[in-house]
Design a protein around this ligand. Structure first.
Ligand SMILES: [Zn+2]
Length: 375
């Protein structure tokens, strides 16, 4: 997620705060300090705010521990975990790839709710230990929200943890990840729409339910799409995605480059200078100097890029990396020779064609082959 700040690293995992997290921290503290605590206890204003702030921060620490539980189990299953981001709706562990086996998915998914359950019990013990008039309400609140987190996450609505657990069981039983994901994703969409409906009934207080419901529906759909994309891309070789594209001349003026783009019907070009690769991408152009009357040269606005070696990547992995880093084009080399480019546009076209072909009955389907010309 962009707009995030890395605050600490745990077991190689970057812990990041998204800008929206500050907003929800402020809203939560405010709601607790002006509503939740004053309605239940007789503290003065300062105490209410201190309790509100401490509760909100410890809630996010709890969410972080929940995400760390997922992440550490994922690492045990040899899956890379880049970061955990705390944002508006809670926490999100960025696990590099999906587990290959249902059992791994089951373990990774159940780890989070179990951690929340453990935290709920831990704070409950602190609550009944009666450590003082200020701590008791704090631990009461924290034990309750952790129990709620554990229960909410266990709802079998993909991509919530419970939905992933549900998918892993279907997957093990049906031995068909695509079908299992479709069913789990539908349950996610149904649950999301129920949340939206509940939010409408409780409006305006239900606003948060509406947002959360819509967010879940979106995630359920995109989670299913990701699986379809993975299946489509797993069928092919990285070289199938390479399209020939002539190299451009770094001494061209910008105007000459634009003319070339028009002729080739493309938005980006690659050039090699002193053995290094550079690209100029109209989707991602550095700010142009509009004041100068001198012609601007391609070499003054091109950016350095590391070419892809065909043997280094699987197509799906490359697609995700380009998507996550907002890269639209990459040069490709084979045996140190430039052979063409891979563009997200070309990958998206391939995925679109595959998704339509999926709809054809099996008897009318041809085997997947793609031609490497044009893009
Ligand atoms: Zn979770």
């Amino acid at each position: 997620m962009n707009n995030s700040l890395t605050i600490i690293k745990v077991r190689g995992i970057k812990i990041r705060l998204h800008i929206s997290w500050l907003l929800v921290l402020a809203i939560l503290t405010y709601a607790l300090a002006t509503n939740f605590y004053p309605m239940r206890y007789d503290f003065d204003t300062v105490t209410n705010w201190l309790l509100g702030g401490a509760s909100a921060i410890l809630l996010f620490v709890s969410v972080l521990i929940h995400e760390l539980a997922h992440s550490i189990i994922a690492q045990k299953h040899k899956l890379g975990v880049r970061s955990i981001t705390l944002f508006f709706f809670g926490g999100l562990a960025n696990i590099e790839s999906d587990p290959e086996k249902p059992l791994a998915e089951f373990r990774i998914s159940i780890g989070g709710p179990l951690a929340s359950l453990g935290l709920g019990i831990f704070f409950y013990i602190l609550y009944i230990a009666n450590l003082g008039e200020y701590f008791t309400p704090l631990f009461d609140y924290l034990s309750k929200v952790n129990f709620i987190l554990a229960i909410f996450n266990m709802i079998p609505a993909f991509p919530l943890d419970g939905g992933r657990i549900f998918r892993s069981i279907l997957w093990a039983y049906m031995e068909d990840l695509k079908k299992a994901t479709r069913i789990a994703s539908n349950s996610g969409k149904i649950f999301g729409s129920l949340l939206v409906a509940l939010g409408i009934v409780l409006f305006p207080a239900g606003m948060w339910f509406i947002l959360l419901g819509l967010f879940l529906m979106f995630l359920a759909e995109s989670g299913y799409k990701q699986v379809l994309i993975k299946f489509a891309l797993d069928k092919i070789n990285i070289k199938d995605l390479v399209h020939e594209r002539p190299l451009i001349n770094p001494d061209w003026t910008l105007d000459e480059f634009l003319r070339w783009c028009r002729k080739e019907n493309v938005l980006a070009g690659i050039t090699i200078k002193n053995g290094e690769y550079f690209k100029i991408d109209l989707n991602n152009l550095p700010p142009l100097n509009k004041k100068t009357t001198e012609p601007q040269l391609v070499k003054s606005i091109m950016t350095k890029v590391n070419p892809i070696k065909t043997e280094d990547y699987e197509p799906f992995q490359l697609f995700k990396e380009m998507q996550n880093n907002n890269i639209s084009i990459m040069p490709v080399v084979e045996n140190d020779q430039y052979i063409g480019v891979i563009s997200t546009e070309a990958i998206n076209k391939f995925i679109k064609i595959e998704s339509i072909q999926e709809l054809l009955p099996d008897t009318l389907k041809s085997k997947t082959t793609i031609q490497s010309n044009g893009s």
